[in-house]
Design a protein around this ligand. Structure first.
Ligand code: 4AD
Ligand code: MG
Length: 481
């Protein structure tokens, strides 16, 4: 084949200059034959749309080998289509099957496969329209996050993945060690001797980059991290991963109201960015969701389509409600009275479950909700304590279908209050000297939050299982690929 530059399918499909020669490369998504013509539908991942390649008088070899999943290279003429479904098609001059996919063995066929089945072939599911759309949107959201913060003067900080501290204090961490588990070194009292381990102490994978981000914010004022975080919680739900990505801004001189403002602004910005830049993919996913909804019983169907839902969130103020108010609403709800919650709302102090969060968003306030001022007992040690002695300046952002999408707070900036709380909660004060030092040397009011990146992608794509918005999900019992 003559050396020619490949043109991406997304660019050809928009080209209104016809009768030019192009080189197309991609994978066959579908094919059909009629008389002495073969029609190949080819995709290269640059767009959800396939290009049609028309091969007149295909050779016997081509006819045998142009199976679904095979890779193909084609030089041909981009010509105007007769039909109105697409602008044009490629009249093939030279077609080569560069990698044959044996139809007897290739697991992806042009029919509906279940998402569960596709999870088992996660190495191939990128080649479906659904996953192509999801991963293009995921990329666009990552880009938009950096753009949002860059445009506002934030500095991107890379916080460590291996850490000796437990930010959330929940103890659900994966251990990092080079010690021989069959033959662990022990100290005099018979306990494992971590001084013999690689780092000379016990280490884990991080659950959050927040504590280190705070250090940077105390000098650079506005920073953010965006990286992988790890939680060894044994939750097999559609919203939990053992390895997920978190976006964590941290801002000096921000109180909880500033924190809520920027969280709301960011979520709206990201969703608007998707609407402005990923419409082909969103339209496909919207249609996909409509088809899914048809199979559901009437009372489980959502009353909004994907696009409608995205536009709704962008154009409405989030409700801002205190935890105390929310408990009141929940406790007096018909849902609670009729025992419809799996976890009944017993009263103040209860840690909210996602069914409660979703009730507030979907049934009561009917828009995203920012809940603030939670009981200190159910929140992390670093949150700023309120004057009432009972609550802390936490803020969780709750979304339809998702529940909690963001968790954050104003941080305790008073040294004495922070130390007291750490002691009460058994957070090792000596090891955390560096975190406390911030409050000893030039402390300032500051705030931050963590956005679960995959939960954002769930919302924007309308997918319902978090395993379907990350390329290679890690969940209890599963670390394949
Ligand atoms: O509420 P979380 O635990 O907050 C923190 O880690 C804080 N240090 C963040 C901060 O203030 N800088 O987690 C933040 C968000 C949650 O709201 C949720 O969206 C997501 O991270 N998240 C998970 N996403 C997927 N799988 C899991 N297991 C998750 N756990 C939390
Ligand atoms: Mg949380």
């Amino acid at each position: 084949m003559t050396k020619q530059k490949r043109t991406k399918i997304v660019d050809i499909l928009q080209c209104t200059e016809f009768d030019k020669e192009v080189l197309v490369k991609g994978w066959i998504r579908n094919r059909r034959f009629s008389k002495n013509v073969a029609f190949l539908s080819v995709n290269d991942g640059s767009t959800i749309n396939n290009i049609q390649i028309v091969v007149t008088n295909p050779s016997e070899e081509l006819t045998a080998k142009c199976s679904v999943g095979s890779s193909v290279a084609c030089i041909g003429k981009w010509v105007k289509s007769q039909g109105d479904k697409q602008l044009g098609e490629v009249e093939a001059k030279e077609v080569t099957i560069t990698g044959f996919a044996d139809p007897e063995l290739y697991p992806l066929q042009p029919k509906k496969h279940s998402l569960e089945f596709l999870r088992e072939i996660a190495h191939l599911r990128f080649r479906t329209s659904t996953f192509g759309a999801v991963f293009r949107i995921r990329h666009a959201m990552a880009y938009a996050i950096h753009k949002f913060f860059n445009d506002r003067g934030f500095v991107y900080i890379n916080t460590p993945i291996i850490t000796a501290s437990d930010c959330e204090g929940a103890g659900e961490m994966f251990r990092v060690t080079t010690m021989d588990l069959e033959n662990l070194p022990k100290n005099e009292s018979g306990k494992v001797d971590y001084t013999k381990d690689f780092f000379g102490k016990s280490t884990n994978l991080t659950v959050s980059g927040q504590l280190e981000a705070e250090l940077a914010a105390m000098a650079l004022s506005q920073v953010y991290t965006f990286g992988p975080t790890f939680r060894a919680e044994n939750s097999n739900t559609t919203r939990h991963l053992a390895e997920f990505w978190m976006v964590e801004p941290e801002m000096a001189f921000y109180d909880i109201n500033d924190n809520m403002d920027i969280a709301e602004e960011m979520l709206k910005y990201l969703i608007q960015y998707a609407l402005d830049n990923c419409m082909d993919d969103i339209m496909f996913l919207d249609q996909r969701l409509q088809n899914e909804e048809k199979d559901k019983p009437q009372n489980e169907r959502s009353d909004m389509g994907l696009i409608e839902k995205l536009k709704f969130v962008v154009s409405h103020d989030f409700a801002r409600v205190s935890y105390t108010e929310a408990i009141d609403v929940l406790q007096n709800s018909n849902y609670n009275k009729k025992n419809k919650f799996k976890y009944p709302v017993t009263g103040w102090g209860l840690d909210l479950q996602s069914e409660h969060e979703r009730y507030l968003v979907e049934h009561h306030y009917k828009r995203p909700v920012i809940l603030t001022d939670y009981p200190k007992e159910i929140k992390a040690f670093y949150m700023k304590q309120n004057e009432d002695g009972k609550t802390v300046r936490a803020m969780d952002v709750l979304f339809p279908q998702i529940g909690e999408i963001i968790g954050g707070s104003e941080r305790e900036s008073d040294y004495t209050k922070l130390v007291t709380r750490m002691r009460e909660m058994g957070v090792p004060e000596k090891e955390m000297f560096w975190y406390l030092d911030l409050r000893r040397f030039g402390t300032v009011e500051h705030s931050g939050f963590g956005l679960g990146f995959e939960r954002l992608i769930l919302f924007v794509t309308g997918m319902s299982n978090i395993r379907d918005v990350i390329a290679f999900p890690r969940t209890p019992g599963n670390a394949d690929f």
